[in-house]
Design a protein around this ligand. Sequence first.
Ligand code: 5GP
Ligand code: ZN
Length: 118
Amino acid sequence: MCIFCKIVKGKLPSNKVAENDSFLAFHDINPQAPIHVLVIPKLHVECFQDTAGEMMAEMTPFIQKVATKLGLDSNGYRLITNNGDDGGQEVKHLHFHLLGGTKLKWDRMVADPKAENI
Ligand code: 5GP
Ligand code: ZN
């Protein structure tokens, strides 16, 4: 069972922000911004590429409500999903990083300078 499935099932602790029958939002253990929350489906889906459009249709308003609950809706936020190895995905359970609470820089979303094909 993956670590996020363990969090869903309560086998690992998490600092929850919101949940419903299908989705869960909890604070990232290693925050990269004043607010850094992960939003996941309770159902194990490996990555965005494997995600049904129907699930995204339900997940979108949930993420929007989480952003509002965190007070990020007016000033803005960044929503990221890392997909697969090149995308830097470490936990292979779909998750969206919801980052905010400050003006975010945009300098880490580039190709790795050590990569050979850039
Ligand atoms: P990825 O690199 O897969 O897009 O992001 C995985 C994220 O999960 C990282 O930001 C990491 O800090 C977070 N993370 C990993 N393990 C745990 C955990 O056990 N609890 C929480 N709350 N976050 C975790
Ligand atoms: Zn899982």
